[in-house]
Design a protein around this ligand. Structure first.
Ligand SMILES: [Zn+2]
Length: 337
């Protein structure tokens, strides 16, 4: 599998603006130390290229791109109460988006079946014209759009397992039926969007699957909704490319979420999606989103990469009686579960 990274990820640091900010460069350093200790299992490392302005414009408005660039140029500042731009942030965000673009180019070209982008800042909260929630450019959305507009891919599945709802990706593809967006996230957590009743709009109705789970949810609930609510529509949709917005803040130790996943839970989710990818013959790429407890993040990314590379098998579990049946009732309006 391919592993994309770039040292610019270590340069974006919001702490000059908010000393306790959880999105620290050490997140990527912790991941790479764990990968190094494990001997980079199955990984061919590639340095991410920078995204061109044209690639950023696949998703973002010119005014948004200019705003991020110019704020960095005058020494930095805040774009929303938790999203900061320093003088290195535009550069880091451009390499993060560029890594996601290079990843889908390589996957679609058949250079690998699976890939992981360990870049930051994250992207899934960023909307077309707005940075938010630590996110400047929506890396996964840019990659999905690139695949469709320039690489001949007709259908992309984006599965977001970050503990927060991927509102930016959801909004960018809200009206579209060529991107199936499915998000599992903690109910009531930031940014407050992602209700199970929001299934997209217009031509995109049914192509947004929101699965909020209660705080305290563990592997039984997360894997159950993945297996019984998300994967059946994903299989029916027949994506030619699968992207994971891979946040690791649903880990039980994470300071921002209140869920109870373990590193092995992420590996199980990765196994389920890897087997979907194999069944469909669709390549699979994951892009780092959240995850703020450094050892838990590092252990979870290593477990995910190992699973994406082929270790372990997806284990089927029975639907949990509460959450799965409730969300299945909504998603079942649009898909056969
Ligand atoms: Zn998150």
């Amino acid at each position: 599998m391919l592993y994309f990274h770039h040292p610019a990820a270590l340069e974006h640091d919001p702490r000059p603006y908010l000393p306790e900010h959880p999105d620290v460069p050490e997140r990527v350093a912790a991941i790479e130390q764990a990968m190094e200790r494990a001997g980079w299992p199955g990984c061919e490392r590639r340095v991410a290229p920078v995204a061109s302005v044209r690639e950023l414009e696949l998703v973002h408005s010119v005014s948004h791109i200019r705003r991020v660039f110019e704020l960095g140029g005058i020494g930095g500042g805040e774009l929303d109460p938790e999203t900061y731009v320093g003088d290195a942030s535009f550069r880091a965000a451009s390499y993060a988006a560029g890594g996601a673009c290079a990843m889908v180019r390589a996957l679609v070209a058949g250079e690998a079946r699976t890939a992981f982008c360990a870049t930051r800042p994250a992207g899934h909260h960023a909307e077309r014209d707005r940075a938010m929630g630590f996110c400047l450019f929506n890396n996964v959305a840019i990659a999905a759009e690139l695949a469709i507009r320039e690489l001949g891919v007709e259908r992309v599945l984006v599965l977001d397992w970050d503990v927060h709802h991927g509102n930016g990706t959801a909004e960018i593809f809200r009206h579209r039926d060529d991107v199936l967006f499915a998000s599992i996230h903690q109910l009531g957590l930031y940014p407050g969007t992602g209700s199970v009743t929001d299934a997209g709009s217009g031509d995109g109705l049914g192509y947004t699957i929101n699965v909020p789970v209660p705080r305290g949810s563990g592997e039984d609930v997360w894997i159950s909704v993945l297996e019984h609510v998300v994967l059946p529509p994903a299989l029916d949709f027949r994506p030619q490319l699968i992207l994971i917005s891979a946040g690791f803040d649903a880990h039980r130790k994470d300071p921002l979420g209140d869920c109870r996943l373990e590193a092995g839970s992420f590996a199980q989710m990765a196994c389920h999606i890897r087997e979907l990818s194999a069944a469909l013959g669709a390549p699979l790429g994951a892009v780092l989103e959240g995850g703020y407890h450094l050892p838990a993040l590092a252990e979870s990314v290593l477990a995910t990469i190992t699973a994406l590379d082929g270790a372990g098998r997806a284990e089927s579990i029975a639907p949990d009686p509460l959450v799965t049946s409730r969300v299945a009732a909504h998603v079942g309006h649009f898909w056969t579960l």
